[in-house]
Design a protein around this ligand. Sequence first.
Ligand code: GLU
Length: 314
Amino acid sequence: MDETLLKQALEFGRPYAEKGKVAHYIPELSKADWHDLGISVHTIDGRQLRYGLHDRRFTIQSISKIINLAIALEHFGFDAVFHKAKMEPSGAAFNSMSRISDSEDIPFNPLVNSGAIAIVDLLLPMGLEAMLSSARNLCADNEITLNEDVFQSEWTNSARNHSLAYLLKSKGVITQDVEEVLKLYTQLCSLNVNADNLASLGLLLANGGVHPVTGRRFLEEEVVRTVVTIMLTCGMYDGSGEFAVRVGLPSKSGVGGGILSVVPGALGIGVYGPSLDEKGNSIAGQRILEYISRTEKLHIMDRFIRHPDSAAQA
Ligand code: GLU
């Protein structure tokens, strides 16, 4: 893999951007330029490849749910986490209220808004500073900060998430102060990152939680296995099934335009393209990842295929 491939992938994805729209339901996000595209790839042998707006800052939005899930698993363990949310794809929109409103159940998974808010109920005692510091560590960037404008914009337009959170409180899933839980959830969605940061986090996940160059362990193996499995099944919301077929890489999107993808044992990939499809996933970003996955044969199910150039057929 080299930067020429990243350029080709980006140019392949570019025409799709005009078919989507930047997020509007958080007014501050509507200021993003829909043309913007960037990609960053960090390899297990220590190379950092990039093309386009790889260092353009945008808010992490739902990709924070990966960090939250990993930290919650590390600190509180598997049972406590999956007492708050199941591990099933919901097949519903990211902010859907369906299926939790009419049953006694907990949210479908930690990557839809309802499940993510429930996970932040666990994280609340840690507070913003500790979570920000975890995000900086996992993304290898001390300059990650809270984007106050995006936070305020979402906070004053968060009737939907408030409804979800109060519903969860009424069911006893949220045990702490609802406003405080939702405030921390929204702040964690409002961290300014770039595609390089997502590639760094992706590389840690690709390498079982250990930084491949320094050898430092950031996450336990069991945590990584759980997180990447949920990314594969639930990371692209109600587009997760199609994305798994087309791209075949554990990934997580955010309405800020980022997608983080993991190539097991090999690569962390961060893509930025704020023009979104109707499901809230970067429209060009998905095509860029599909191009790279196909060209480099990275689909995790490719092991079921005998490639013409594979050793087994030689
Ligand atoms: N902060 C956003 C929300 O709660 C995140 C949604 C997303 O990125 O999909 O609606």
